[in-house]
Design a protein around this ligand. Structure first.
Ligand code: GLU
Length: 659
């Protein structure tokens, strides 16, 4: 064990007195407590799902000045956002109309699970580039009455007819890449999982009738909504690709073939009809009958439309793939981290294990001594050593992820599974590999007693949304929902886009002769990085206490870094929910670079002292924009006037609402 002062002695939760002292020092350094976020006095207070300007409430969607649903050009970073507090319930999503829909459900007595359904149906309309019923999702549910955490797997599946070469080549006799390329061919499109997963979540935890939860989505689709800045940018960026699909041309482009612009009000009657069918008929209305038939036909289409003619390599989807799709309850992946228990999504997502491993490694360091400086509403300036330690821990976690984690229904984890990968002795040994003076560069995966060699793979993309919800009973949902890349596969069916999630598989089935854990197999789910997370306090006897935090982010493989940053900023550095979401993104996926989000106002490009400080430790630093979309909620101290504090990522269009 490296005994540098950077290495904390035993985990802090074993040393309560020291922890209190450390927390007090962190408070002095960061302007917050390392446990309870203090509400700044001037912050806006959400009132019954309205935005409070300090001069009265503004209804979201009313169109009056100050309405956050009024479209604005997409900006890289909304500086100076303040956290929002609420008394009993809260919703944070990446779109104001979706947040409003969820908040209204909660105020009407609905549960967090109910609100998640309503939010998703609106997101699929107003943020179609990032998620929808044509995609997949993971949800982590916290049940306040029992303290139980349950996770839900709505990940897309490869069709039954897929083999390990499904993405790699057109056929054994034509070993060329699917046309026009993998993503845009039918091969990328997995059987959607979001609708069945929401139905399962609702069956377990819903309190309001299923059909009513579709009302906001149907209403906006029928009455129309104004195209937001990010949706307009997504359409403009995809306009050439959308040309291949006649339905997408009609919906996303003007009659003269231009991308529909920011602020244009559009209706989506096909989507309204689809939602009505699912509202009335349940998930089966999506997985069988006309909707399923149209999805299968689209996946298997062989020719693009007249606006951009050309061959499309078909997928191998069948009606049986749709009818047989199952959402699954999975055991959560949890780790005790200092004073908290952090729970997330296990395989087929790598998110929960990688976040937990990173935290378990970081627990061996006194991270509170390396918090940000010049802390402002945007979260301040990360310290060189804080970024170094977190990035190095992530390198080690990603090394294991890339080698070992895939759909465990097909490929077992090494050793005894999650318990081996999260074993505190193992993680301490991994922590010993971290030097305070030099970056690891690229870390190698750990070894486990019974691990079979598995080739490593690191593929992933963009196009996801995260939703955090707490209801009046204290139940919570962390929902990360995706169609994989922005605009998915660009295929549009009955008012919604189909995913390209199967590109999250490794294209190559083997690394030399060694099989890759995340290769394509019949019916398998591609590995994800999505990391919806809930955090509970640990009581002094080690038992699990109250809910403390709900969080998550989009961002492809970098999701793990965005979630770790938000957790560390909150739990170790005492930032409030908004500061934690807004803080500079940083970390490493175990590639050559360490990321420092150059879109943040605190980072002044490649000569920034944070960048040069990291370079002195041997890091190759990238200051490319880091497109997170954190939606986060924290519980305020029990004696505070408000119970929940929320933050929405300044890099997206999100909004926090509550009561
Ligand atoms: N498809 C990715 C995953 O499941 C997420 C893509 C994104 O966040 O944009 O990990």
């Amino acid at each position: 064990m490296n005994q540098s002062p950077l290495h904390a002695p035993p985990p802090a939760r074993l040393l309560p007195a020291l922890t209190v002292l450390t927390a007090a020092l962190a408070l002095a350094a960061c302007g917050g407590s390392s446990d309870d976020p203090a509400p700044p006095p001037e912050q806006p207070v959400a009132s019954s799902c309205e935005v409070n300007t300090g001069h009265g409430g503004i209804a979201v969607g009313s169109g009056v000045p100050g309405d956050p649903a009024l479209p604005e050009p997409a900006s890289p970073y909304r500086s100076g956002m303040l956290p929002v507090n609420a008394k009993t319930l809260m919703v944070v999503t990446a779109n104001p109309l979706a947040t409003k829909a969820g908040c209204d459900v909660l105020v009407a007595g609905g549960s967090a699970a109910d609100a998640a359904v309503a939010v998703q149906m609106v997101l699929g309309l107003v943020e179609p580039q990032s998620s929808g019923i044509g995609g997949g999702a993971f949800a982590v549910h916290y049940d306040a009455a029992t303290g139980t955490v349950q996770t839900y797997d709505g990940r897309e599946t490869a069709p039954a007819a897929a083999d390990e070469n499904y993405l790699r080549w057109i056929s054994p006799t034509d070993q060329t890449t699917p046309l026009p390329d993998r993503r845009r061919s039918g091969r990328s499109i997995g059987t959607p999982g979001t609708v069945r997963m929401l139905a399962l979540l609702h069956a377990d935890h819903g309190q309001r009738p299923w059909a009513g939860l579709f009302e906001p989505g149907i209403r906006h689709a029928t009455e129309g909504f104004a195209i937001s800045g990010r949706m307009a940018a997504a359409i403009a960026g995809a306009s050439t690709d959308l040309l291949r699909d006649p339905d997408a041309v009609d919906y996303f482009l003007t009659p003269s073939g231009q991308p529909r612009p920011l602020g244009e009000r559009i209706r989506n009657p096909d989507y309204a009809d689809t939602l009505r069918r699912i509202a009335d008929g349940g998930a089966n209305a999506f997985y069988a009958g006309e909707i399923a038939a149209d999805i299968v036909a689209e996946i298997n289409r062989t020719q693009a439309g007249p606006a951009a003619p050309g061959p499309l390599t078909p997928g191998a989807a069948t009606l049986a793939d749709l009818a047989g799709y199952q959402a699954l309850r999975r055991a959560p992946v949890c780790i005790d981290y200092r004073l908290h228990k952090v729970c997330g999504m296990g395989p087929p997502s790598s998110g929960g294990i990688a976040v937990a491993q990173t935290l378990g490694i970081l627990e061996n360091f006194d991270l509170s001594a390396h918090g940000p400086t010049a802390v402002d509403a945007n979260g301040g300036k990360p310290s060189v050593m804080g970024v170094h330690l977190v990035s190095e821990a992530e390198r080690l976690a990603y090394a294991d992820r890339n080698r070992y984690v895939a759909d465990t229904d097909f490929v077992p984890l090494p050793g005894d599974g999650v318990s081996s990968m999260l074993d505190k002795d193992y993680l301490r040994q991994r922590a010993e590999l971290i030097s305070p003076a030099t970056s690891l560069g690229t870390a190698t995966a750990g070894t486990f007693p019974s691990s079979v060699p598995m080739g490593s793979s690191a593929a992933e993309g963009n196009g996801t949304s995260h939703v955090s919800i707490v209801d009046a009973q204290g139940n919570a949902v962390a929902l990360t929902t995706t169609i994989e890349s922005g605009m998915g596969s660009f295929r549009f069916v009955r008012g919604f886009l189909l995913n390209n999630e199967l590109t999250d598989f490794s294209v190559e089935p083997a690394d030399g002769i060694v099989p890759i854990a995340n290769r394509v197999q019949s019916g398998k789910r591609p590995r994800s990085s999505m990391a919806p997370t809930v955090v509970m306090r640990l009581n002094s006897d080690g038992s699990t206490g109250d809910l403390a935090m709900v969080t998550g982010s989009p961002g492809g493989a970098a999701i793990i870094q965005y979630v770790v940053k938000t957790l560390v900023a909150s739990l170790d550095w005492g930032l409030n929910a908004q500061q934690a979401a807004g803080m500079v993104n940083f970390g490493s996926a175990n590639g050559v670079t360490t990321n420092v989000g150059g879109e943040h106002p605190a980072i002044s490009g490649a000569t920034d002292p944070l960048v040069t400080g990291l370079q002195l430790l041997g890091h190759t630093v990238s200051v490319s924009g880091q497109a997170s979309g954190v939606s986060t909620i924290r519980r305020l101290p029990d004696n505070a006037a408000y119970r929940w504090q929320g933050g929405a990522d300044p890099r997206r269009e999100g909004l926090v609402l509550g009561d």
